[in-house]
Design a binder for this molecule. Sequence first.
Ligand code: GAL
Length: 413
Amino acid sequence: MRSMLAFAAAAALAAVPHASAGEVEVLHWWTSGGEARSVQSLKDMLAGQGHQWRDFAVAGGAGGEAMAALRSRVLAGRAPAAAQINGTALQEWGRMKVLANLDDVAREQQWDVRLVPLIAQAMKVDGHYVAAPVNVHRINWLWINRALLDRVGGRTPQTWDQFFALADRLQKAGFIALAHGGQPWQDFTTFETVALGVGGAEFYRRALVRLEPAALKSDTMARVLATFRRLKAYTDAKAPGRDWSAATGMVVRGEAGMQLMGDWAKGEFIAAGKQPVRDFICASAPGSDRAYSFTVDSFAMFRLNDAVAVQAQTALARTIMDPRFQETFNLNKGSIPAGLGVEMGRFDHCAQESSAYFVASSMIGTLVPSVAHKMALPERTAARLRDVVSRFWNHDATSVDDTMAALLHAARE
Ligand code: GAL
């Protein structure tokens, strides 16, 4: 991976920039209903300034396919002007010196003041801005169909015991209790949420961020894995391979009762005309109401030579940090603005809660970076852990002990 990226970097530098005057080609993976609505607002605002958006959308939740497409385009010497690149991958691309320096626009719009240090730092490589953040997504959410909850006389679960009791009721009433998409990144997302809910923020950090052997192989990890495995009995036989938005759709339509997923799921409820409280419930995943695992979506710009193309690129970065854009985009996306000082009055209570919890959790030390969504580990390490987790999820005969040993091994490699 590293040598391939290094080669990709060299190819990008040698490349003739792939952008014409006033046009920005933008790689992203936002193709579901809610995601497409959100990205449309960016396209519209850019068009309003006379720049053209060339869409380079690569479907696939969490961007695995999009990142593969980005690597091959850069390798072919045809880097897009901008790409959605999140978390640790920004550092990897940035170190290869293929990304543009956004310090001027950052100074002009006072990004250092308008971003909390945690996010500002994530957008910088060697002290220079290389990306503009659009949002903060909270991962540790549980989504519940309100009508089904009422129908089985259930209450929003706060503990895992309550969760399984509700899941039993839903199942007995003939519903799929838990909508899941069996793709490795979704297995991994669910796993990290269970780890946070069962083990708490400090355990999560020790095991999944610092990869401490004593945490990866511990009684707590054994309980995490056992809880994670228990979930599977509440999913349906068609879960393997299912897209996350299809799983959310099952909860939207009342075919399934619940889904554990980041708040991009809310974008699907909203796109379907549903309202929180009335139609669906957003709750902290069991055991994790005091904690917050987050990811930040951001756009990096690739270095270009053409002055007009650079102008269009700069306009994109400036638009992203425009409070009006941050408001409209996040109302559709399910996330909260990355920039401070955005009017929150039009946001629903899920977003208001997310915003308050983001601040509160950072103050009490329970704000943790999402491992499944690229915020904590280099991609190659995360990928090895993800494989171990999916193997455990898919093969019921794989034991908890063997899986802890495999996690240890994956973390050490
Ligand atoms: C996340 C990303 C979200 C959403 C989700 C599903 O990694 O942060 O914006 O797109 O994947 O694709």
